[in-house]
Design a protein around this ligand. Structure first.
Ligand code: ZN
Length: 255
């Protein structure tokens, strides 16, 4: 079981979506910092790496999965690996999984089939999801809701503001990305999502419009959220940590 919050972590910053396995030598530093990570994967190979990292970093919760950008066809995607690894290593999250009509709409049908498979496995095992769904937010929400998924984080939400209410009414979470620094549209999401449904994230080491995203930008994001919500920055930090702890608790991670 992955123990989070042991030792002398007071209130850590939450990075609910990071491709930690891509950080190589910097992983040890990140593990030693005052952060808690939900570390996502992009395919089988990175899922193996992510589980291995979580085994040696107590502030890392691993998610295994298959990024929609990597899906060409269902053949060659080893679902047995995913079924096995979640049991063997007690992995409680799938991510990064989802649907993408904005960047890879040409493979949407096959993305949908794979996403439905992951969601079905998650449902059977009471797992949480880190969901990527540019321009397919509504479709992703429908699949998740129909399968009675309890914990879903809509990572880097850039969908319609009207849909936020539906996501929140279902008890799901909105991933607020550090790109809010330069992505004005994302500030509207902060304005409209209740603090109790927000978790922060970096999506590091992704490069967005020339900006290298990473967890070191999360404290600044917390301040941005605090000023938009007109709430003390320490309270925002605390509420986000509380949200993340609830997420972990709801998928059976002791904390
Ligand atoms: Zn990502």
């Amino acid at each position: 079981m992955y123990m989070v919050g042991q030792g002398d972590l007071s209130i850590p910053f939450v990075d609910s979506h990071i491709h930690l396995y891509e950080y190589d030598k910097d992983i040890e530093n990140l593990c030693a910092g005052n952060y808690v990570f939900l570390a996502v994967s992009d395919d089988v190979e990175s899922s193996v790496k992510t589980v291995e990292i979580a085994g040696r970093c107590q502030n890392v919760v691993p998610a295994v999965g298959y990024h929609p950008w990597n899906i060409k066809s269902l053949e060659g995607i080893d679902m047995e690996f995913f079924e096995n690894v979640i049991k063997k290593s007690n992995v409680r999250f799938f991510g990064e999984i989802g649907l993408d009509k904005r960047f890879v709409s040409n493979t949407f049908d096959v993305q949908y089939q794979l996403f439905a498979r992951f969601v079905e496995i998650a449902q059977r095992n009471n797992m949480g999801l880190s969901i990527h769904a540019p321009d397919a937010w509504k479709e992703a929400l429908e699949v998740v809701r129909k399968n009675d998924i309890k914990v879903a984080i809509f990572h880097w939400y850039t969908g319609p503001i009207e849909l936020l209410k539906e996501i929140i009414d279902n008890g799901y979470y909105i991933g607020i990305n550090v790109a809010a620094k330069i992505q004005r549209k994302h500030l509207d999401v902060i304005r409209n999502a209740p603090l109790e449904n927000i978790v922060t994230e970096s999506d590091g080491p992704y490069r967005y419009r020339g900006l290298l995203l990473g967890p070191s930008m999360i404290p600044e994001l917390v301040s941005t959220i605090a000023s938009i919500k007109n709430v003390d920055v320490e309270i925002v930090r605390e509420v986000i940590w509380k949200n993340f702890r609830r997420i972990l608790k709801d998928v059976g991670i002791p904390i």
